[in-house]
Ligand binder design. Structure first.
Ligand code: HEM
Length: 368
């Protein structure tokens, strides 16, 4: 654990060891995440700070309110619901692969696949009409980009909010298929319109860029480990183990929220005072030597060590099962369809996105 200064000038503790990160993210009583949106997050702050936490942004709610919303949403992302959704995932993956095949090389594996598959599936899951999706995609892009102009972000947020409020109104007036419509049918009396709009916006912000980054970087990683790609292609590797290794090794969400210590406490032998900020570095925790040897290496054949790529505890990633399914089906079908897949540009020309809420690569030109 080390002391750092955030770009806002505030000091914080940066926690890097697995056991310590596990302690912080599991303990809602001692580490509050309610400062998540208006706290000193390590990004340029708009003048006057971020707006206060929005209704519906449940990851910033206190434990009781957070639990209330999570209970409404958990069934939507349960393993059973995801099994029902599996045929759609397969169809969308195959559609995108068909389109890539039809157009011929080179293809941009980010736009045409890694982003196309999870975004299309997620919009579908929410019930958002196809014609509205491109505008929303660009707002979400802007909001997840830490280098974007804060004023532009405020505009994007406003437009996302206006759209979601209109969509919620529509779902109140008539039956609209999808998660938002179902949320209103089942819990409409307990939730205000602005809360449902906030929930939908929060889901959209969390729901595809992370999976997209893992697929894009995962494919790149496998291109540099052809023996492991071959094992996935010929079925000799365990695809579930491979997905866990990709999630662990890539850990595309580097930091979760900024936590505030609610009382004096100790983390990794270091005293943390009430009111101090704590950040958890998930990629570092996921390579901790205490979990086993050689975790800097990517190796899909290892017995998966535990990892915190989806966080842990009551705020464990809501979409973990969806993400796992998309990564597993997406990557294994892509490798089988294009056995000769290769980078179409030198590695040095790739541009990565470290200043984004989800680490990825801007584009991934490939040929086959
Ligand atoms: C590879 C893909 C993904 C990764 C690596 C990932 C990672 C994470 C992490 C680390 C957290 C905890 C963040 C924190 O404590 O601040 C989280 C929370 C969350 N994730 Fe994901 N996620 C992924 C995909 C998804 C998908 C597909 C959804 C779609 C629903 C989703 C929805 C959420 C939500 C709503 C939360 C907040 C949960 C809460 O506060 O109760 N994520 N995710």
């Amino acid at each position: 654990m080390t002391r750092i200064t955030l770009s806002t000038g505030a000091s914080a503790w940066m926690v890097t060891r697995y056991t310590d990160v596990f302690q912080v993210i599991s303990d809602q009583a001692r580490f509050s995440s309610e400062a998540a949106i208006d706290g000193p997050i390590p990004v340029p702050m708009p003048e006057g700070g971020f707006p206060p936490p929005r209704p519906g942004f449940f990851s910033t709610y206190g434990p009781r309110e957070h639990g209330r919303v999570r209970r409404m949403l958990n069934a939507e992302f349960s393993a059973r619901r995801m099994r029902e959704f599996l045929p759609r995932v397969e169809t969308v993956v195959d559609d995108c692969l068909d389109a890539i095949d039809r157009l011929g090389p080179p293809a941009d594996l980010v736009a045409d696949f890694a982003l196309a598959v999870p975004s299309r599936l997620f919009f579908e899951l929410l019930g958002i009409p196809e014609s509205d999706r491109p505008g929303l995609l660009s707002h979400v892009d802007m909001l997840l980009d830490f280098t974007a102009d804060p004023q532009d972000q405020a505009v994007a947020f406003g437009e996302l909010d206006t759209y979601m409020s209109g969509f919620v109104g529509e779902c109140r007036r008539r039956t609209v298929p999808g998660l938002v419509g179902r949320l209103i049918t089942s819990h409409g009396a307990e939730l205000s319109d602005s809360e449902v709009a906030g929930i939908a916006a929060q889901l959209l912000l969390a729901g595809y860029a992370t999976t997209s980054g893992t697929i894009a970087l995962g494919v790149l990683l496998l291109l540099y480990h052809p023996d492991q790609a071959a094992a996935l292609r010929d079925g000799s590797a365990d695809t579930d183990h491979a997905v866990e290794e990709l999630l662990r090794h890539l850990s595309v969400v580097a930091f979760g929220k900024v936590f505030t210590a609610a009382e004096d406490t100790t983390v990794g032998g270091q005293k943390v005072r009430a009111g101090e900020y704590v950040l958890c570095h998930l990629p570092s925790a996921n390579r901790d030597r205490d979990l086993g040897p050689g975790l800097d290496r990517f190796d899909i054949s290892r017995e998966p060590p535990p990892h915190l790529a989806f966080g842990h505890g009551p705020r464990h990633c809501l979409g973990a099962e969806l993400a796992r399914m998309e990564i597993r089906i997406g990557i294994s079908r892509l490798l089988r369809r294009f056995p000769g897949l290769r980078l179409a540009v030198p590695f040095d020309e790739l541009r990565f996105t470290p200043m984004n809420a989800a680490y990825s690569v801007e584009s991934l030109p490939v040929a086959w």
